[in-house]
Design a protein around this ligand. Structure first.
Ligand SMILES: Nc1ncnc2c1ncn2[C@@H]1O[C@H](COP(=O)(O)OP(=O)(O)OP(=O)(O)O)[C@@H](O)[C@H]1O
Ligand SMILES: [Mg+2]
Length: 405
């Protein structure tokens, strides 16, 4: 009789937790053994239940353990007995190009924590200006009100200000872009984590990762006295639908709620902000939502925004003087901002392709012909919007109930 998936999950989880504990204590050999057992359980699970929806996550986890085993084996070759503990393998994260802090005890702590998240945290601060984000005026205003202004003049906010903002909406409409624009404006650290990879990184460790993530953000804020913006993309992945998933999603969620309470209840001096983004807002439960005082619908572009998007994304192109942008914007009703960007790109590809097909591309001064309104019309005909009407209805329904500007 074969094992139930539950049992295999449990034993994978147990071995992985054990491996990570041993690993952090420096017991290399035993850690490798436990990682190995965790991998075996995961592989078995995938073999026995090939259609299981979490298989991709399991395989990613198995790969992560395999890589850790390799790293442990390598470090054994270099040092005599003790491998590098998990924490010290990575370089520190540099959030704002300010260079490393002086080597005080405090900053050493921060460095270790930062190193822990090397793989999860994005290092470079994006260079996106508010002007590049087309439309979405509500969202821009909410972010300015609750992050940018309080950061600049905290004295003007005697009642405090919101620390959590949730951006939700269909894919490709600018959630990530908005967070990047906010980050570019703050003179501080921007920590960008993708919740999905955080969950799949180390089996059974996601809960600790959450707590370390917030600790890191807090320490950065306290020790360096600069604002810290934590952007958690795909925040819905912190909430597994099933209570029994490998990695203990329930504990993860509770940990997250606790950390959010910590931020919201903080003194006025604290400049720690969380922006969460999701395109599945309905999978977030009430307790979760309450911690995000601002909940902003990042919508499909309206007519005026579509015109601006076409203007923005055709600007670098060589266009026929008479491009009928207004007409294109009308046809592109229902398309997302990123669809419109892709359409402009496809049109350019089309004329470049023509040039290559003509065999003249490599001749001196050979250039594609200017793109025309007809090119756009034809591309629009063969490209459907990436967001369906049903999806939009679902977002509107959810918005009516839960949005908070
Ligand atoms: N409002 C916008 N203004 C200008 N460009 C945009 C806008 N929204 C999206 N884009 C373009 O589309 C790309 C993808 O957008 P973005 O990553 O912000 O979408 P998202 O809402 O985060 O989607 P997902 O839910 O899939 O993560 C951006 O890098 C940008 O080039
Ligand atoms: Mg995104």
């Amino acid at each position: 009789m074969s094992l139930a998936p539950q049992e295999l999950e449990n034993s994978a989880s147990k071995y992985a937790a054990e491996a990570i504990r041993l690993d952090s204590q420096g017991s290399r050999g035993m850690a490798i053994q436990s990682y190995q057992r965790a991998i075996e359980a995961l592989v078995k699970l995938v073999q026995i239940y090939p259609d299981y929806k979490l298989n991709k996550v399991y395989m990613e986890r198995a790969n992560a353990y395999q890589n850790r085993i390799k790293a442990l084996q390598m470090s054994h070759g270099l040092e005599d007995d003790r491998p590098a503990p998990i924490e010290s393998k990575a370089e520190p994260v540099n959030g704002n190009g300010k260079g490393s802090a002086p080597a005080s005890h405090k900053s050493a702590n921060v460095e270790t924590l930062k190193a822990d998240f090397d793989d999860l945290v994005m290092k470079d601060k994006p260079k996106v200006s508010w002007d590049e984000v087309i439309g979405l005026d509500d969202a821009k205003r909410a972010i300015r009100e609750s992050i940018v202004y309080p950061m600049k003049r905290p004295d003007l906010f005697p009642l405090g200000w919101p620390r959590g903002i949730l951006l939700y909406g269909p894919p490709g409409c600018g959630k990530t872009l908005l967070a990047a624009a906010a980050a570019a404006e703050i003179d501080g650290y921007f920590i960008n984590v993708d919740a999905a990879s955080m969950m799949s990184k180390w089996l059974g460790e996601a809960e600790k990762n959450i707590s370390k993530l917030f600790t890191m953000a807090r320490k950065l804020n306290e020790s360096e006295g600069v604002p810290v913006l934590l952007f958690i993309d795909e925040i819905d992945s912190l909430l597994g639908q099933r209570n029994s998933e490998v990695g203990g999603e329930v504990r993860v969620k509770n940990q997250f709620l606790t950390e959010m309470d910590g931020i919201n209840g903080k003194s006025k001096e604290s400049q720690l902000y969380v922006i969460g983004a999701t395109n599945k807002p309905w999978s977030l439960e009430a307790g979760f939502l309450r911690r995000f005082q601002k909940r902003i619908y990042v919508t499909l572009p309206d007519g005026a925004s579509r015109t601006n998007l076409f203007n923005q994304y055709t600007r670098p192109l060589n266009t026929e003087g008479s491009l009928k942008i207004e007409e294109l914007a009308k046809i592109a009703d229902g398309y997302s901002a990123s669809d419109i960007k892709d359409i402009c790109q496809s049109v350019q590809l089309r004329v470049v392709n023509e040039l290559f097909e003509s065999g003249k591309a490599m001749e001196a001064n050979a250039n594609p012909r200017p793109v025309s309104t007809t090119d756009f019309r034809e591309i629009l005909k063969v490209r459907k919007p990436s967001v369906s009407v049903d999806m939009i209805r679902a977002y509107m329904r959810w918005s009516d109930q839960f949005k908070a500007l």
